[in-house]
Design a protein around this ligand. Structure first.
Ligand SMILES: Cc1cc2nc3c(=O)[nH]c(=O)nc-3n(C[C@H](O)[C@H](O)[C@H](O)COP(=O)(O)O)c2cc1C
Length: 188
């Protein structure tokens, strides 16, 4: 089994989502782990749009570089069996780096397409495990725009087999929250 580990915590140390991802990967005992740090991934912009919507054989040097970076992130997904994605909650949402990763990999005609039946995800046969960590926000509550968003966007690109390890509302009772997450890891 090959894992793509996607990290997005902004903490230099003490990241709970990274700790959970470590433990998830130990539990799964994969043959190979590729780590994708999302801090530092470029946000999409006008140049990005110009690059990815220009036919491959007509791209200039800058557009080739921009499109290659996006292609590389998509290739990492395609080469993995399982994605382990850290989902720390910042301001009720996902980390900016994780959003940039999503913006880079959500490509019409590449990772999704619009058909007569509606949108269709083109990434098939992958599993994902989310390592969610929050201090006050409960996963899947009305004020959660991180976990629910991740489920939606992963499904949109075709990844529907998603499990979650959730260390939530740690500000209230950290030990209980972490214990619940450990139990979820044990039952993966
Ligand atoms: C800038 C910032 C914003 C945060 N916003 C929220 C929030 O909106 N809701 C929440 O439950 N926790 C919030 N937290 C707490 C984090 O979710 C918590 O520290 C969690 O462990 C983050 O994952 P990490 O440890 O992997 O970075 C915030 C933390 C930081 C640093």
């Amino acid at each position: 089994m090959k894992i793509l580990r996607v990290d997005s915590s902004i903490k230099p140390e003490g990241s709970v989502s990274k700790q959970l991802s470590d433990e998830i990967i130990t539990k799964l005992a994969p043959s190979e782990v590729v780590v994708r740090e999302t801090n530092g991934i470029a946000p999409i912009d006008a140049n990005w749009l110009g690059a990815v919507f220009t036919p491959e054989d007509q791209r200039n040097a800058q557009q080739i570089e921009i499109a290659n970076a996006s292609d590389q992130l998509i290739a990492e997904i395609n080469e993995a069996d399982v994605l382990v994605i850290g989902v720390p909650v910042y301001n009720f949402n996902i980390a900016a780096g994780l959003k940039n990763w999503i913006d880079q990999i959500a490509r019409v005609g590449v990772t999704f397409r619009y058909s007569e039946a509606g949108p269709e995800g083109l990434i098939k046969g992958k599993k994902a495990i989310l390592a969610f960590s929050s201090d006050g926000t409960a996963a899947n509550s009305d004020i959660d725009f991180a976990h629910r968003y991740m489920l939606h966007i992963l499904g949109f690109i075709g990844i529907t087999d998603v499990k979650s390890v959730i260390a939530q509302q740690m500000a209230f009772d950290r030990d209980t929250a972490l214990k619940a997450a450990q139990e979820q890891i044990a039952s993966l």
